[in-house]
Design a protein around this ligand. Structure first.
Ligand code: GDP
Ligand code: IMO
Ligand code: MG
Length: 393
């Protein structure tokens, strides 16, 4: 069995927690996209852990960072150390593809510089170097982890990068090279290509609306977020994936770009506080809004979702009124979301998830997206999740 977990909104849907839950049915968990821009929060027993590069899991899985992941060796080193302090034998289970592209200080500086130069058109990136690493890769001047096994070649590549951008940023090639090699020394024993067999779970990062090809371009990330990318970016030649699509009972977005159901002021503050909506990677307050069903249907259709999972239903407990968008004033045009106007109507809230109003909320979602919700998550812990047992399942 091969499965994939993806985000259906603008990220931070709780993918990490769902991966942790499903990882118990899988031997391997594989990251195939994104980089340290991702922040997946899970709890190992009571201990909070934010995964940036290493896939989430149960502590017993084999964990593979596959070739499509952009790797910052410093972040990786720190994350391996933190995991090793929780799980004694975890290092035996970590595998990193030599094909992975390395994020260097050059790309991080460029990320910050481009954002500054774009002014009001800035994307609001995480400044982790994602866009410039993908750009340099397209220019065929990227550095792979594999390149670091040959010090001479690695040094030449770093020197070329620094000299190519010297009119924009002023960095010292030698310092960068030494920093890279120091971090590489501590992680190189994990660098080995592997083709996982048996039950494999792919953990996507970001989400459909942040996908560079299907999302709200240019306000997107730079690596693919669709399940269709999982096999290609992990080195698998073929296979069929069971797709688990994750969405929140409301919506959030970090960074710039259109967000048709966004709310502001006190209403937004209340939701942000209830959902603790602050970025796992940058700590930025997340923009908040109501659930957008036409957009959710768009995401489900593109990703061809087999299993639908709603998270953070508990966050809306006690809200008197809850917003829902079922329609747009004009037609929803995904490539022109700036000019698409969402109509939000308010329905009765619920005290807790056993209320009839919650059942009605689920009915509205299912009717609009044309799929049944298979699981509902009602808390951050791995066990705070329930398979829906309603008519029709
Ligand atoms: P990811 O990037 O998709 O893995 O999500 P993040 O970890 O960035 O953000 C999700 C946040 O919601 C984290 O703080 C989780 O601990 C938390 N969370 C996940 N599922 C639930 C849930 O069902 N209810 C509540 N209250 N919190 C949840
Ligand atoms: P997870 O995996 C939410 C957003 C940034 C910015 C845009 C581009 O935790 O869901 P980038 O640094 O990738 O060039 O930034 O994408 N973004 C995320 N938003 N969750 C994430 O990851 C994100 N990764 C990037 O805020 O708007
Ligand atoms: Mg996140």
């Amino acid at each position: 069995m091969k499965s994939v977990v993806i985000g259906l909104q603008w990220g931070d849907e709780g993918k990490g927690k769902i991966v942790q839950h499903l990882s118990k049915m899988h031997e391997w968990v594989v990251r195939f996209s994104g980089g340290p821009n991702a922040g997946h929060t899970i709890y190992y027993d009571e201990k909070k852990f934010v995964h940036h590069l290493i896939p989430s899991g149960s502590g017993k899985n084999k964990l593979f960072i596959a070739r499509g992941t952009l790797v910052d060796l410093e972040v990786l080193r720190a994350e391996i150390d933190s995991m090793a302090s929780i799980f004694e034998n975890i290092t035996q289970n970590i595998y990193i593809s030599p094909w992975c592209r390395v994020i260097t200080p050059v790309e991080k500086e460029l990320d910050a510089k481009y954002e500054e130069m774009k002014g009001s058109m800035a994307v609001g990136t995480t400044k982790k170097g994602i866009g410039p690493t993908v750009a340099n890769d397209a220019h065929r001047i990227g550095i792979r982890i594999f390149d670091l096994f040959d010090e001479k070649r690695a040094k030449e590549k770093v020197e070329m990068l620094v000299s190519l951008y010297k009119s924009v940023i002023d960095l010292n090639a030698n310092e960068i090279f030494e920093g890279l090699m120091k971090n590489f020394e501590s992680v190189k024993k994990f660098v080995r290509e592997v083709t996982p067999t048996g039950n494999v779970l792919f953990e996507s990062t970001q989400a459909i609306m942040l996908d560079p090809m299907y999302g709200t371009y240019p306000y997107v990330t730079s690596t693919p977020c669709l399940p269709q990318a999982a096999l290609y970016y992990s080195g698998f030649e073929k296979g069929k994936l069971e797709t688990y699509g994750v969405f929140k009972a409301y919506a959030t977005r970090v960074g710039s770009g259109p967000f048709p159901t966004e709310i502001f002021g006190e209403e937004a503050e209340k939701l942000r506080k209830a959902g603790n909506e602050f970025g796992s990677t940058t700590g930025r307050p997340r923009r908040c809004g109501w659930i957008d069903l036409p957009l959710l249907k768009y995401a489900c259709d593109i990703a061809d979702v087999d299993h639908l999972i709603m998270t953070k239903a508990d966050v809306l407990n006690g809200f008197e009124k809850i917003g829902i968008c079922e329609k747009y004033e004009n037609d929803l045009v995904p490539y022109d979301l700036e000019n698409s106007k969402a109509k939000v109507r308010y329905v009765d809230g619920w005290k807790d998830l056993s209320d009839k109003a919650f059942e009605e909320f689920i009915d509205i979602i299912e009717k609009n997206v044309g799929r049944k919700i298979e699981y509902v998550s009602f808390g951050p812990a791995e066990e705070d999740i329930q398979r829906m047992n309603r008519k029709g399942f």
